[in-house]
Design a protein around this ligand. Structure first.
Ligand SMILES: Cc1ncc(COP(=O)(O)O)c(C=O)c1O
Length: 450
């Protein structure tokens, strides 16, 4: 019988009680709140690990939701950022490094001719949608259920799969992510389930002439790494061409992670516009809008507006230059995907030994774990998978020194440092084995109670 792990969070708990008086939920993003007695405050991160203010060490597979592609406090990138600091910040003028980074991006991603910088994924996708609207002169747009594209109103509509009756003939309701999002905006948003070719064709037939853009995250980085089939994205490309719609591939999570040319490179589909963020600067705030020349030139006076006081900040830009150099010129991406492969094999050996059916979605560099024979191929199918096992296991993993998202919809992210530190693998697998056994015991005890 495995023993319940004890994790001392005395200082984090005390910090929470103080912080909640000044910060809503005691945090700076609502997703960082894990309950009054389990919200973690980080002291520092290094490589693939973080330490909380109580001194607990964790192997981290959230990596700040993906940005730390090389690992925390990477000396090469931090050194470059310090050089960026010498430049002096932002000037409301341009610096030479913008071109150097844009050249690197265009070299790595064949679908990108021109680049504009932003500070966050939200800003980049917001700019991309505006660009698509400016270029087409249309307002509506198409989203894929389960996709997430940031915190601006147009992107904050989702399929209510949690409140939907699985297998019913009706579609899930379209609901906002929260309060404060004007319902009038909803009129412009259409949603389709991933990988349903017929629905995609029907939707284009019905609305194609009024769509400015189709926005798709072909590996859904906020929905279990559910993946689009190549033929689905190819059909989307064709329909966008047929109806004059801009195909926006949102690579905020997949970009410079699943491959040098992102998920579009893996699928062999060239979008009109792409957005990148997380991995670009190994955690320094920088994002990109990239695309085909004719479309990108719509960013001009009298065309689509774009800018921002902090855009192309000298520190982030220098970090991006070095981070992208490393990703382009060294085997970093193979190293981190290799860790993902070994981790999946190790987890499978543990689960197989206990007869637990499971599968993986996504890419070895960012994968979802399912307790089902095959991963769901769209968000609706997630509803029928056994995520109760996952959620409980994640809870125990935190106590055992492994950080994964408490919600099964967030994939596990790999970084180069995980692959370079052999102990990350053994520490993780030891904890997974214990967490699986604790979960089995817990669920058995719950079943007896019921
Ligand atoms: C695919 C995708 N697009 C956009 C965003 C928004 O990025 P940010 O949080 O940097 O604003 C995210 C964030 O997780 C994302 O995963």
């Amino acid at each position: 019988m495995p023993t319940l792990p004890h994790r001392d969070l005395t200082r984090s708990n005390a910090q929470f009680r103080r912080a909640v008086k000044r910060l809503p939920l005691g945090v700076s993003s609502s997703f960082r709140y894990w309950g009054e007695d389990r919200t973690v405050y980080v002291a520092r991160g290094k490589g693939g690990r973080v330490w909380d203010i109580d001194g607990n060490a964790y192997v981290d597979y959230r990596l700040g939701y993906g940005p730390a592609i090389l690992g925390y406090a990477d000396e090469r990138v931090d050194e470059a950022a310090r050089r960026g600091m010498e430049v002096g910040g932002v000037f409301a003028l341009s610096t030479e490094r913008e071109l150097a980074v844009a050249e690197r991006v265009a070299k790595m991603v064949p679908g990108v001719d021109l680049v504009r910088f932003s500070n966050s994924g939200t800003e980049a996708v917001m700019g991309a949608l505006r660009l698509a609207r400016a270029h087409t002169g249309r307002e509506s747009y198409l989203l894929v259920e389960g996709g997430y594209h940031g915190l601006f109103d147009a992107a904050m509509w989702q399929a209510d799969v949690e409140g939907w009756e699985a297998g019913s003939n009706s579609d899930p309701k379209i609901i906002p992510y929260g309060k404060g999002i004007p319902p009038t905006v909803k009129k412009l948003a259409h949603l389709v389930p991933m990988n349903d070719m017929q629905r995609l064709e029907d939707t284009f037939r019905k609305h194609g002439d009024s769509l400015a853009a189709m926005l798709i995250e072909p590996i859904q980085g906020n929905c279990c790494a559910i993946s689009a089939r190549a033929d689905y994205v190819q059909l989307a490309r064709k329909l966008c061409d047929d109806y004059g719609v801009m195909l926006i591939i949102d690579e905020v999570k997949t970009g410079f992670r699943v491959g040098k040319a992102g998920v579009q490179g893996l699928l062999g589909v060239t979008p009109d516009i792409s957005t990148f963020a997380k991995a670009v600067g190994n955690g320094y705030p920088i994002a990109l809008i990239g695309g085909r020349e004719e479309v990108m030139r719509t960013f001009r006076h009298g065309g689509a507006s774009h800018g921002g006081t902090y855009t192309a900040h000298s520190v982030s830009l220098a970090a991006a230059e070095e981070c992208l150099r490393i990703l382009d010129e060294t085997p970093a991406l193979e190293t981190l995907a290799g860790h993902g492969e070994r981790l999946k094999a190790g987890i499978s050996a543990i689960l197989d030994a206990r007869g637990i059916v499971h599968s993986y979605s996504g890419h070895s560099s960012m994968f979802g774990l399912f307790f089902d024979a095959a991963p769901p191929d769209n968000y609706r199918a997630w509803k029928t998978s056994d995520y109760a096992f996952y959620d409980q296991m994640a809870y125990f993993l935190h106590d055992l020194g492994i950080i994964v998202e408490p919600d099964s919809r967030e994939p596990w992210f790999m970084c180069e440092a995980h692959g370079l530190d052999e102990a990350c693998l053994s520490d993780t697998l030891r904890a997974v084995e214990q967490a699986v056994d604790l979960t089995l015991d817990h669920l058995e005890a719950e079943a007896k109670k019921a």
